[in-house]
Design a protein around this ligand. Structure first.
Ligand SMILES: Nc1ncnc2c1ncn2[C@@H]1O[C@H](COP(=O)(O)OP(=O)(O)OP(=O)(O)O)[C@@H](O)[C@H]1O
Length: 518
């Protein structure tokens, strides 16, 4: 039987044959030791520490040679060479009980969501659509709307959205193409420059705009930041959803949006409008089909800037356009509250429905946005929202805390993957079968035995031990290069070696460095 993890640290049970001992020790080069580098091997040059290992006895508070405390300026002395000691970030984390080992990774829900986004970005473009191979540095166009579906007009124009990859930065963007658009003057793009400078968490950033003949017509293309797997507010909340099986029966799904969600949307959109109006712009297109829900409860204004280009020849008063933004915002909230895109056709009825289902404060916000006093500003809306802003702030901070917590669970993993990659490179290399250093008497053999120790253990009756916590604890200790000793046993159980993680680490490092050099 090969040893279980609890067999570790048995110094007295070493039965290392002399030839192995010498070969192995020769690999541990004391010259390579760097006391400031937590990865480096301390080797024989380091003083033996109290714990019986080879940790260096470096005193970070020790004064440099020549230091005279009496003459030293207590606040500043340019000649003083500070002794800094790297924090040992790589001390391994305590292993968790096996039952909790799933907590080493981010939650399934977030992982799936991120995975879906990543898959969406990598969706291959379908063949036979006759799309251009390349336009203005963008390639691999994928339409974002179903082909052949009923097309709605974008003002007087038809427009289509594509995801495409930019050749210069390799990032995907979303291209809104407006068909058959004739650009009369280059100045029509002036507002795009202002939009592209506006960065806001509730606005989909505008990247650039250009005209192109690549689609065999004259098209306007406005390029936006890509938010894979985003849904429009219309798709997420207003569009009628197909019935679903619940408790064994097919049941209609409710479209009712909770008051909390609506307040969150109001605050986010109002925030975006404030930034836009402060920048001397107007959104000009606030519509449930043009605002995206990206991730949990986050909304962003999409399609900004395109109307400015399309309507450049019909100059409008900025104040009036900003007033129109507020009216469109009011209509949007009304649509969300009633779950109907046509609620503006009967405002009175819609207001009654809001009064029945939502708070008086929410109704007042809708009334304010739809009213026509001399001059409404988005700032006045914030006065009305009041303490709900604090609730939103709390939610945002809680969300950040939750994500930070999830990030913590992944902290060790990238490091361990790098280590596993090194193992993959080193172990079982056929071209090294006959080399002594890779053979049963060489120091590379230790790496191989360690791999068995980590992954191929069996219990007393020969069943494989599949213990994630053991694997992670071993790899962390190896990465930290601790002085803890373990006993490695050969597969035929004829020889065993007692080595510290520090020594195994040195073997892994030197084997890997050799491969890289080769
Ligand atoms: N910046 C973006 N990042 C990721 N997806 C986006 C982006 N902008 C739009 N989409 C997605 O593209 C799809 C189509 O968007 P949209 O409805 O605005 O297109 P459209 O051509 O204007 O449609 P319609 O004509 O029906 O209004 C939506 O599912 C939306 O989520």
């Amino acid at each position: 039987m090969r040893p279980s993890p609890s067999d570790s640290s048995s110094e007295q049970s070493s039965s290392q044959p002399p030839e192995q001992q010498s070969e192995f020790e020769s690999a541990l080069d004391p010259d390579q030791y760097d006391p400031y580098n937590p990865y480096s091997y301390a080797g024989h040059s380091a003083e033996t520490s109290d714990d019986g290992g080879h940790a260096p006895s470096m005193n970070p508070y020790e004064l440099p040679p020549g230091y005279d405390a009496a003459t030293l300026d207590p606040f500043y002395n340019p000649s003083m060479g500070y002794h800094t000691q790297s924090l040992n970030f790589h001390l391994y984390t305590n292993p968790r009980p096996e039952a909790l080992s799933h907590r080493y990774f981010i939650s399934d829900e977030i992982r799936e969501e991120l995975q879906r986004r990543s898959e969406t970005i990598r969706t291959a473009p379908p063949n036979g659509l006759g799309l251009p191979e390349e336009l203005q540095g963008y390639h691999s166009l994928v339409p974002l709307e179903p082909i052949g579906a009923e097309r709605r007009k974008f003002g007087n124009w038809y427009s289509t959205l594509y995801r495409a990859t930019n050749s210069s930065d390799g990032v995907t963007y979303v291209l809104r193409r407006v068909e058959n658009f004739r650009l009369m003057q280059q100045a029509a793009f002036s507002s795009i420059e202002t939009w592209s400078r506006l960065r806001h968490p509730n606005i989909i950033s505008v990247h650039e705009a250009f005209t192109t003949r690549a689609f065999n017509d004259s098209s306007l293309v406005v390029v936006y930041e890509d938010h894979p797997d985003a849904q429009t507010i219309h798709e997420a909340h207003i569009k009628v959803k197909p019935p679903q099986f619940q408790h064994g029966r097919l049941q209609a799904q409710s479209n009712r949006v909770s008051e909390r969600t609506i307040w969150s949307y109001i605050i986010q959109i109002a925030n975006a409008l404030k930034a836009t109006h402060d920048a001397g712009l107007a959104v000009r297109l606030i519509d449930a089909t043009k605002i995206l829900v990206t991730g949990k409860n986050r909304v962003r204004l999409g399609s900004c800037g395109v109307v400015d280009v399309l309507m450049y020849d019909m100059p409008a008063d900025l104040t009036q356009m900003q007033q129109d933004d507020l009216t469109m915002f009011g209509a949007l909230i009304m649509q969300l509250c009633t779950g109907s895109m046509s609620s503006m056709h009967n405002v009175q009825k819609a207001l009654e429905s809001i009064g029945r289902n939502y708070s008086a404060d929410l109704k007042s916000v809708v009334l304010f946005l739809l009213s026509k006093p001399a001059h409404r500003t988005i700032g006045q809306l914030f006065d009305m929202i009041g303490s709900r802003l604090l609730t939103e702030l709390d939610e945002t901070q809680n969300a950040v805390d939750r994500l930070e917590g999830e990030l913590m669970t992944e902290l060790e993993n990238a490091r361990l993957v790098r280590l596993l990659c090194k193992f993959g490179f080193i172990n079982e290399r056929p071209e090294h079968n006959h080399e002594t250093r890779w053979s049963e008497t060489g120091d590379r053999y230790i790496v191989k035995l360690f791999r068995d120790y980590v992954f191929h253990q069996v219990d007393e009756i020969g069943r494989p031990v599949v213990d994630m916590t053991h694997v992670l604890a071993c790899l962390n200790k190896l990465d930290a290069g601790t002085d803890e000793r373990i006993m490695l046993v050969s597969r035929d159980e004829q020889s065993c070696l007692v080595v510290s993680y520090r020594e195994i680490k040195a073997c892994v490092e030197s084997a890997f460095t050799e491969l890289v050099r080769a």
